[in-house]
Design a protein around this ligand. Structure first.
Ligand SMILES: [Zn+2]
Length: 487
């Protein structure tokens, strides 16, 4: 009997997402799932792809994104699909579109998601989920709900700790989000609207996490001189709640903290022996967020990514902006806010050490609505594969793929993703390991990466040879303990 499938990928070099050594073979897909893997010479299918010379990997999982709105505003998800990404983790750094009040855009850093376009219109996670179900994107999403968003929803004055009554309201919003399918809560205590939240507030708001198997994911209170204190706070919260924690975009920021990843990784490794700790990283020495004067002293160069009052300054260095305005840099910052910026404040050796750490996932932290975004939005995954794996030999191809697939799938509880294995969802990325590389840079931050051949989501081709197919097979991947629709 000849077996018949929807799609057959022939002659691929299979890197399965588990770190197992690569094999050669065919992959058969039926009804959105991987139906068979191996030598499938006698199999037939409605469509075939010859993957000779290409690697077949599980679709990449972007462990750290701010794509809450991009899923609607660019459902083709071009910045991500073009890198081979098939699932994004959204709602990071304390900020989410879900559970937001209508006036959220007036509170940086929530304006990274929307600075006045009316996107803060999802009072509950269920409302967000319903709209995404009605208007699916090309790729999958698993969503966190943001603690800073919850603060904006229930508090008038963000410059103090929440009262018992406010904590109770935030906790109920968090519970609704988890019950409706959110996979965890994110926090961003490094930012003004959540900086006054003490550890006890974070624990109290996140209390429902344990009931839903949710994660505590954090842009920590500090990433420079007090980074080890911040790691300790994060781990203490995880222990108090008995839930897994994820340290977002781990870095040692500012010249005085360069080299300290030796210390922070040892601290994280030690904590991992007694509790679940994850971390992610992007492959660049520059960070990016809203424009803040307190970052200037830590940075060797600052580039403006957007400015509401002065959009013409997007893409310019801050020193050039200051020159044009005839003021010093600190004054220029005040004049062009609200705005965003790129800060050159990390050390390449730290970036490499963190990337190479066994448990580090790859997360772009891309900011999709910036006029001149940090190139990580369009380049992260090909850059890890091309520059850090192939050229600098920081790790093997099997390990690079694992950091983008099997590892984040396990960490975020995406039970049937992140591996090429029979029965798993058919999210597959085909790429040329010899030529894959990021092209986006600080001058041309939205240039398409090279070497990503074909991207398949839930069995459907969404990207092929540099073009989107227009298909929208993406699913919202719900917390399995939620009362939502089946995954
Ligand atoms: Zn962040």
């Amino acid at each position: 009997m000849t077996l018949s499938y929807d799609l057959l990928i022939r002659n691929a070099t299979i890197v399965d997402g588990t770190r197992a050594p690569r094999t050669r073979g065919d992959i058969a897909i039926k009804d959105g799932r991987i139906a068979a893997i191996g030598a499938l010479d006698s199999a037939r299918a409605d469509a075939e792809i010859d993957a000779s010379g290409l690697v077949a990997a599980p679709g990449f999982i972007d462990a750290h994104t701010h794509d809450d709105r991009l899923l609607f505003s660019d459902p083709a998800m071009t910045p991500k699909v073009s890198q081979g990404v098939t699932t994004v983790i959204t709602g990071n750094c304390g900020i989410s579109l879900a559970c937001s009040p209508a006036n959220a855009a007036q509170t940086p850093p929530l304006d990274l998601l929307d600075s006045g376009g009316g996107w803060f219109r999802f009072p509950s996670f269920a409302a967000y989920r319903e709209e995404l179900a009605a208007k699916p994107a090309a790729i999958n999403a698993a969503c966190l709900v943001g603690h800073t968003t919850l603060r904006c929803a229930v508090m008038e004055n963000l410059g103090r700790a929440a009262t018992h009554a406010e904590i109770a309201r935030m906790r109920e919003l968090a519970r609704e989000a988890l019950a409706s399918g959110a996979i965890g809560v994110s926090t961003g205590t490094a930012y003004a609207p959540a900086a006054a939240a003490p550890t006890e507030e974070l624990i109290a708001v996140c209390r429902p996490l344990a009931d839903y198997g949710g994660l505590y994911v954090t842009h920590m209170r500090n990433e420079d001189e007090h980074v080890t204190d911040a790691i300790e706070e994060t781990c203490a919260i995880g222990r108090a709640l008995n839930v897994p924690v994820v340290i977002s975009h781990h870095k040692c920021a500012g010249i005085r903290s360069h080299g300290r990843s030796i210390e922070t990784l040892a601290q994280i490794e030690k904590a991992m022996r007694s509790q679940s700790v994850g971390l992610d990283c992007y492959p660049y020495v520059a960070s990016s967020t809203v424009l803040r004067a307190d970052r200037l002293a830590q940075s060797t160069r600052v580039i403006i990514t957007w400015s509401k009052p002065h959009p013409e300054f997007s893409g310019l260095d801050l020193d050039e902006v200051a020159k044009r305005l005839g003021v010093n840099e600190a004054e220029a910052v005040e004049r062009i806010k609200p705005a965003g910026a790129i800060y050159f404040m990390l050390d390449e050796k730290d970036v490499q050490r963190i990337l190479a750490f066994d448990e580090t996932m790859i997360g772009s932290d891309g900011l999709p609505h910036d006029a001149k975004p940090h190139p990580r939005l369009w380049g992260t995954f090909p850059r890890v594969l091309g520059r850090y794996c192939r050229d600098l030999k920081l790790f093997s191809l099997e390990t690079a793929v694992y950091k983008m697939t099997g590892l984040p799938a396990t960490r975020f509880g995406l039970a049937d993703r992140g591996r090429l294995q029979t029965g798993y969802a058919a999210d597959v990325t085909l790429f040329d390991a010899d030529s894959v590389i990021d092209v986006a840079d600080f001058k041309n931050p939205t240039a398409l990466a090279k070497g990503i051949a074909t991207v398949i989501v839930n069995g459907e081709i969404v990207w092929r040879e540099g073009l989107a197919s227009g298909k929208r097979p993406g699913k919202l991947l719900l917390n399995p303990r939620s009362t939502g629709a089946p995954r």
